[in-house]
Design a protein around this ligand. Structure first.
Ligand code: FE2
Length: 199
């Protein structure tokens, strides 16, 4: 390298050191929309973003509940439920990403921090310790229904506002996945013996 080039580099203040400790004021506060050109009114986008964020927050809590119960599972159906709950958690994680990216597509800010989700969710908080298996199952079914109620209302609202992108996501991805998961979980609290006792 020529001496001129070396001295130019020295003057450019370049450094291989990572610049740590960056902080700045928010560039877009939560709840404020950006204008994205998707031919949908700000009112419709705002309404959808809000309700999707509520469903998103609940979904993050449900995901955590599935993982908690996957870990704390016990008893004769341990292995089956341990695996099922992990599968459902993974599917919820996929929904979480789809919902969050829909909020972003509408110009909103998706709930991202679990502490933020905890402020928004209406799902009852379980104790930090372990509970009986039927209670764990019931908590999951309860959380699903809380979300499903909101999803049904949001399907109607997005139909009225003609937000078809959110409507399609809520109906085709979110609602059907929840209904299927409820079926699989609810079958574990049906009181039917595998074999009839001999009389
Ligand atoms: Fe695991």
């Amino acid at each position: 390298m020529s001496p001129t080039k070396i001295s130019k580099l020295a003057r450019s203040n370049r450094s291989p050191e990572p610049r740590l400790g960056a902080r700045s004021p928010e560039v877009q506060p939560f709840g404020r929309l950006r204008l994205l050109p998707i031919a949908l009114s700000a009112e419709a986008r705002g309404q959808s973003a809000q309700v999707l964020n509520e469903i998103l927050a609940d979904s993050m809590i449900l995901y955590g509940l599935y993982k908690k119960h996957h870990w704390l599972m016990a008893g004769p159906t341990f292995y089956q439920l341990h695996l099922l709950f992990d599968k459902h958690a993974a599917e919820q994680l996929e929904l979480i990403d789809l919902i969050a990216e829909r909020v972003q597509s509408l110009g909103g800010i998706a709930v991202g921090d679990p502490r933020h989700a905890a402020e928004i969710t209406t799902i009852e908080r379980p104790p930090n310790g372990a509970e009986d298996v039927p209670v764990m199952i019931d908590r999951l079914l309860d959380a699903h229904e809380t979300i499903i109620e909101k999803v049904r209302a949001a399907i109607e609202a997005t139909e009225k506002s003609k937000d078809w992108g959110s409507n399609d996501l809520l109906m085709g991805d979110v609602l059907r996945r929840h209904e299927l998961q409820v079926w699989f979980v609810a079958e574990h609290v049906v009181d039917l013996p595998l074999i009839e006792p001999r009389s």
